[in-house]
Design a protein around this ligand. Structure first.
Ligand SMILES: [Zn+2]
Length: 192
């Protein structure tokens, strides 16, 4: 049995898995061109991978099953990559976002919930642990929370969040995140 080490660099999470592997392709100039390159490498038709594609053109996660000759699964390889040329904060956010999609896909999103709790933030992510039955909208909200977590870790000024320009999923994730930060500060205030 394989022992793959999965390193979620921005989230600072290290995992082992016999079923999944994770490769972070980093920053690429063209998301679609890179997706096509991966499909050629995997020898699959790109249309067969649509189910794994998100609609955010700033980053993407793709996965492919590797099968043995008797059709049993050897492993599922996940690739994540983001568009180059973004600002420092956007790049951190998008990379954290894609890492979170991958963490969710392997059904380990509870680790992010625990990580947030360690920093005093309570956001119930375990209720969405069942990736396959999770609606796409919720997957995006969960991934955005991961992106926001990376921003917070890096000292981002949350007053600068572009809430008005953003879509519904981002606004929902931001409100959940900021509410949990507010609750944390309120609790800390009453401590002796
Ligand atoms: Zn996404």
């Amino acid at each position: 049995m394989q022992d793959n080490t999965l390193h979620f660099q921005l989230l600072d999470i290290l995992l082992h898995s016999s079923q999944y592997s994770l490769i972070d392709d980093g920053l690429v100039p063209d998301i679609d061109a890179h997706s096509k390159k991966l499909c050629e490498l995997w020898n699959v038709d790109i249309t067969a991978l649509n189910v794994f594609q998100n609609t955010n053109a700033q980053g993407r996660y793709l996965s492919a099953l590797f099968l043995s000759p008797d059709n049993s699964v050897i492993k599922e390889e996940i690739r994540i990559f983001c568009k180059s040329g973004n600002s420092y904060w956007d790049e951190l956010f998008y990379r954290g976002h894609e890492e979170t999609h991958a963490l969710h896909l392997i059904d380990r999103i509870g680790i992010l919930e625990d990580r947030l709790r360690m920093h005093g933030l309570n956001i119930d992510l375990r209720r969405y642990s069942d990736y396959k039955n999770c609606p796409d909208t919720v997957k995006e909200i969960v991934a955005h929370i991961g992106g926001l977590c990376v921003l917070a870790k890096s000292g981002y000024d949350f007053n600068r969040l572009p809430l008005n320009a953003a879509g519904n999923e981002f606004r929902t994730a931001s409100l959940l995140f900021m509410m949990s930060r507010y609750e944390k500060y309120e609790k800390e205030k009453v401590r002796p």
